[in-house]
Ligand binder design. Structure first.
Ligand code: NDP
Length: 452
């Protein structure tokens, strides 16, 4: 008989925390979870899900002129943001309800409260209650980081973007990562004038260089006013709008400024260090391969550990935690060959190494095809899709796969299975093409474009 109120107390109702709590409860463990905002966390409430719905909404905008060229005829369309925003909110509320219901159905107890760690086995709730638990799981995710630029308080982050009252006519996006690039093409597709300012030499640092250049060209071609090597020097509120001065001396006025300058772990004021939990430089919870912190009864999963900030990774970490702690089967989450997609328009899907990483590691052949896909070349669009494989000369294994195309997120999920299995270039080659598709190119690239 446990002397604790719960076997597990989860702090944070996002993807990682809810999955871990639900699966732990299904083993018969007594589980509670505290969430201070809305069940579902970043992914469901202010991240992946509303973002993807906005990608869909935005995509229709680009499809309309193309449809006309294909022969469709209709009167001038316009996008009704309040209509979409209301639908979005209804959907998020539905999903939030499902998250809460599934957790409770599994036997978990939900606290709609902020929780802080009092000691290695005690959690204090904002309701005034204190509960004890054999294990505490920190799954509080991350929060947008905004630099201390003068006037930065006038800007919004991805937390606020979904709730805007009106669609901004002129939007400035600061940053060059996933969020900045995704919202640049989303709002452009919805009809806003979008400027994007990025401090570095090329957007999407960390991704394949060739693809970064290709995508930047497309983003500009779609009408995003993208500038690299440019930062905001200061901002001021002027006549209900935001006046912005750039580090190159330029001045401009926008309706909204979105800072997408990274996300930091959400650990402030959680009582972790006081309880003996070691935090890293960015406030991240330092964990071992099994998610255990420096306090043996406290574990952490997801963005709060600042490893790979992706929902499916947090879910895997949550599952591995339950295997380790509640099923007696010590399991390390697998962080190798994690595929991901940047939901720009078109999308960029990637798995494995970039060309730069691979050639630093070993001799490689690079296969790359960039071409105008049938659907677009029919109406004389110049935009090219890109398919790229990076292959080890020694083992012939495909070390990296990169795709820029409509639907690249879907394509890379399937290509990732092959890459994860250790497929060789010959395995790709002996797979028959599906014709006519764009993706058939992945099995048709015969000669290396270059070798290193
Ligand atoms: P990213 O880390 O992807 O990008 C942050 C951007 O902000 C970089 O371009 C960075 O520049 C820039 N930046 C950082 N600090 C400053 C500063 N002080 N001044 C100016 N620019 C700055 O973060 P995001 O916020 O875009 O997204 C957070 C994470 O969420 C992503 O890393 C990803 O893991 C996840 N995510 C995943 C998505 C998906 O799977 N589709 C979608 C959205 C988010 P620099 O490169 O020079 O450091």
């Amino acid at each position: 008989m446990s002397t604790f109120d719960y076997d597990l107390f989860v702090i944070g109702g996002g993807s990682g925390g809810v999955r871990a709590g639900r699966v732990a409860a299904e083993t018969g463990a007594k589980v509670a979870l505290a969430e201070e905002y809305r069940m579902g966390g970043t992914c469901v409430i202010r991240g992946c899900v509303p973002k993807k719905l906005m990608v869909f909404a935005s995509g229709y905008g680009a499809a309309i002129p193309e449809a006309r060229e294909y022969g469709w005829d209709f009167s001038e369309p316009s996008f009704n943001w309040p209509h979409f925003r209301a639908m979005l909110e209804t959907e998020l509320t539905r999903l939030e309800g499902i998250y809460a219901a599934n957790f409770q159905k599994a036997g978990g107890r939900l606290y709609e409260a902020r929780a802080t760690v009092k000691d290695p086995h005690t959690v204090a709730l904002s309701t005034g209650e204190e509960v004890t638990a054999k294990h505490i799981l920190i799954a509080t995710g991350g929060a947008p980081y905004v630099p201390t630029t003068p006037g930065a308080e006038l800007a919004i982050t991805s937390n606020e973007i979904f709730g805007l009252e009106t669609l901004p006519e002129r939007l400035l996006i600061v940053g060059g990562g996933y969020i900045a690039c995704e919202f640049a093409t989303i709002f452009r597709g919805l009809g806003s004038h979008v400027a994007q300012w990025y401090r570095g030499a090329q957007i999407l640092r960390g991704f394949d260089d060739e693809v970064r250049g290709h995508l930047a060209e497309i983003i500009r071609g779609r009408g995003v006013d993208l500038h690299v090597g440019l930062e905001v020097e200061r901002m001021e509120a002027r006549d209900g709008r935001i006046w912005v001065k750039g580090t190159d001396g330029r001045e401009d006025v926008f309706d909204q400024v979105l800072y997408a300058t990274g996300r930091h772990p959400n650990t402030a004021g959680l009582g972790l260090e006081e309880a003996g939990v070691k935090l890293g430089r960015w406030g991240e919870v330092v964990v071992d391969d099994y998610g255990q912190t420096s306090v043996p009864s406290i574990y952490a999963v997801g963005d709060v550990t600042n490893r790979i900030q992706l929902t499916p990774v947090a879910i895997r970490e949550g599952m591995a935690f339950v295997e380790t702690v509640f099923k007696g089967n010590p399991t390390k989450p697998d962080h190798e060959l994690v595929p991901s997609a940047v939901f720009t328009q078109p999308e960029y899907g990637a798995v494995g190494l970039t060309e730069e990483q691979a050639r630093d590691q070993e001799p490689v052949d690079v296969y790359c095809a960039a071409f105008r896909p049938m659907q677009k070349s029919f109406i004389d669009r110049k935009e090219r899709v890109l398919f790229k494989l990076i292959v080890s000369k020694a083992s012939q294994k495909v070390l990296g796969c990169h795709i820029v195309a409509d639907g690249a997120g879907e394509m890379i999920q399937l290509a990732a299975v092959a890459v994860k299995m250790g497929a060789t270039k010959a395995d790709f080659d002996r797979t028959v093409a599906v014709h006519p598709t764009m993706a058939e190119e992945i099995v048709l690239m015969k000669q290396p474009t270059r070798s290193h």
